[in-house]
Design a protein around this ligand. Structure first.
Ligand code: LMR
Length: 401
């Protein structure tokens, strides 16, 4: 029985944090998992979150179960933030979920049960090459067949838009699912332009594909509204879609697991039926979601002052990440013989897709205790101004070898 169980490979992202924690070198640096750190190396609790928590401690009267679909005020706040006036509320089913991963997993479970893959087998979902490592595992576990569409060009720096569009035109069949990163593509930071989003949306609509948007980094690209532009374009073109949103990053609520599935349907009847089926997926999985993190988001978004403070704090994080990225690029330009890294300045969000090879990534870890993801993805939000020179010389060293 259990003594014949084979060891699983460590997780491509969270496994690195486990290795980092076990590393005893005092000057180690974790640039793997997408978590924001301030100048003192701490992942801070936002002021608006602390204020909301104080209020909750005073006002909360029960720890009774939430309903299967979650906290009503939170669900309404998510509906307003993600869909606003664009989609009538009777056409949107919202289910609170434990983080973006939980949201994707509920969406995957719903799709596998409710949407047919046709006579050829399970429903297929098309994900970009590359994509967040966990997308494949989540969707496979849900029972979907994961296929790829082209995304990053062979230069490893720019979107190969022609190849992407060609794949979307020819690979998925009508009714099949296309996963899109709504903003701040993970791991590459390479996003489509406004014109490209329009073309993607047209192909999706013309071919009758179902868009599933992973919306985990709103506010970290160009700003809260700007980062929703691609999603808005898609929603302008289709009457059915799924949006999996996460508030781990933009509220700094990583450990509270706050996310949501927003399912857009073509009619009020379809919304009711879809919601009932989403709830079945949740019930047999984790029954109902945890309250605290969702209550924080709902409390902040229900209060004009706290909302203003949240937007300000988020903007500060966004601008600091941009500054760190610029500092890194400038630092690398001062390293003798190092390649030009200015292409990183076009990338959006927390990450820089550096082009470092798996061997260079290994060497950074072994020689310097600098942990980045095997794909060469560096979490810029984990860098520090003070240690930038050290980081740049370590990167230059492994590139030079
Ligand atoms: C990441 O990509 O680092 C984050 O989305 C965290 C995670 O769960 O992998």
């Amino acid at each position: 029985r259990f003594d014949s169980i084979a060891m699983a490979a460590p997780d491509a992202i969270l496994g690195l944090t486990e290795a980092f924690n076990a590393d005893t070198r005092p000057d180690k640096m974790n640039l793997s998992v997408g978590v924001y750190k301030d100048a003192s190396g701490v992942t801070p609790i936002m002021k608006c979150v602390k204020a909301a928590e104080r209020k909750l401690i005073e006002d909360e009267t029960t720890k009774g179960y939430l309903t299967i679909d979650g906290l009503p005020d939170y669900r309404e706040a998510v509906r307003e933030m993600v869909f606003g006036d664009q989609v009538p509320s009777e056409r949107v089913a919202i289910v609170q979920a434990p983080g973006g991963t939980g949201a994707l997993s509920v969406a995957g479970g719903f799709l596998a049960r409710q949407c047919s893959g046709g006579p050829g087998g399970p429903l297929r979902i098309f994900v970009p090459t590359p994509t967040w490592a966990n997308h494949n595992a989540i969707m496979q576990d849900a029972g979907l067949l994961v296929e790829n569409y082209s995304y990053l060009g062979s230069d490893r720096r720019t979107l190969d838009f022609d190849a992407m569009l060609e794949d979307l035109r020819t690979k998925p069949k009508p009714g099949e699912v296309v996963l899109l990163h709504a903003c701040c593509h993970n791991p590459t930071g390479v996003d489509p332009t406004a014109a490209q989003w329009k073309a993607i949306a047209s192909v999706i609509a013309e071919r009758g594909l179902l868009p599933l948007l992973d919306f985990a980094y709103q506010g970290f690209g160009d700003g809260l509204d700007q980062d929703a532009a691609g999603l808005r374009t898609i929603l302008d073109h289709v009457d059915e879609a799924i949006v999996c949103s996460s508030y781990s990053k933009n509220f700094g609520l990583y450990s509270e697991r706050v996310g949501a599935v927003g399912l857009v349907t073509a009619s009020a009847e379809a919304t009711k039926a879809s919601l009932s089926q989403l709830k079945k997926v949740v019930r047999s999985n984790y029954s109902n979601p945890p309250r605290h993190g969702a209550a924080i988001v709902a409390t902040v978004l229900a209060d004009a002052d706290l909302t203003a403070s949240w937007k300000e704090e988020l903007e500060t994080m966004r601008l600091r990440i941009t500054h760190l990225r610029e500092q890194f690029v400038a630092g690398m330009s001062e390293q003798a013989g190092a390649p030009d890294f200015t292409f990183l300045l076009n990338q959006k969000g927390m990450f820089s897709f550096s082009g470092l090879t798996p061997m260079q990534v290994d060497e950074l870890k072994n020689k310097y205790g600098i942990y980045i993801v095997g794909s060469g993805r560096i979490n810029v939000a984990g860098m520090s101004e003070d240690r930038m020179d050290w980081l740049c010389s370590a990167v230059a060293d492994v590139i030079g070898n």
